[in-house]
Design a protein around this ligand. Sequence first.
Ligand code: NCD
Ligand code: ZN
Length: 350
Amino acid sequence: MKDARPTRITLRRPDDWHLHLRDGAMLDAVAPESARHFGRAIIMPNLVPPVVTAQQAAAYRDRIRAALPEGSRFTPLMTLYLTEDTDPEDVRQAHRDGIATAVKLYPAGATTNSASGVRDFDRVRPVLETMAEIGMPLCVHGEVTDGTVDIFDREAVFIDRVLKPLRRKVPDLRVVMEHVTTADAVDYVRDSPRNLAATITTHHLIINRNHILAGGIKPHYYCLPVAKRERHRVALVQAAVSGDPRFFLGTDSAPHSDPAKLQPCGCAGIFTAPNTMSCLAEVFEAAGRLNHLEAFASLNGPRFYKLPVNDDTITLVKGAPVTYPERIETGDGPVTVFDPGFALHWRVED
Ligand code: NCD
Ligand code: ZN
């Protein structure tokens, strides 16, 4: 009998709704890796110093454009880093002028370069109310930073302690819970009105906490929020492959040089920009839901952000295992590419 499983699939060009491109020599090396397959990306503002004002976002956007290959149509969608001093009028103007697509909320101290984040949520309320009024989404790093809360519980506790009260106070705010890692977050998003959505990373669909810790510590699988138990990974896969419009791809591709990761106190972040589409095709195929890959990677994100889908397509072809470089060289040192731990058979056709 003939095998009816597809060996080619064409999708609208995907977007990445959560991406770290860094700056300087690192930006030059990693921007082309995202521009190869993705049409647009929501660019994280956690530089040092962070991208706080419209003016800083416009300047960073220029640096990103300068790092793209000649002729690239990749569009960086900029975010503003929310601080307790953020001016609501600057945010309003950045949105009106098309400079900033969203605002990013980091609880102070939650992750890499988040020292300027928010401690007192009442102090940012005027900004959030302005955003609700103009329909500008808030991207949220959903982890509490309370040292007494176990690191594996920080996302679930954030939902109860911060996100629920915040959404009660500003109910019309459009919120993206970013890089969700738990069944708790998946359930919360599913049970909420349509102005709440979630991004899911490539790596959280593939690894659980054993991959980081069992049989020796694997710094290249360490990111924040940290991967949780297997049952949570399974819930993330179910959400991603379901086609539910509230779940979409945000790779959280977060390059750090190998020397910065391979330390007694190494950086959090996994670099998935080069091989994300191959990895996702494997995950969706294994779940029997290759037909929903386009919704997750290309359709649901623009729908939530109220942007058109990309006007061109990419084609994934299944064949002999495709290889990606183990690491890429950058002016800031080598950066290791995510190893999914299984062979990748789907490649993006040139
Ligand atoms: C990100 C980084 O390195 O900037 N790291 C990570 O593990 N995801 C920060 C972040 O998004 O949390
Ligand atoms: Zn991130």
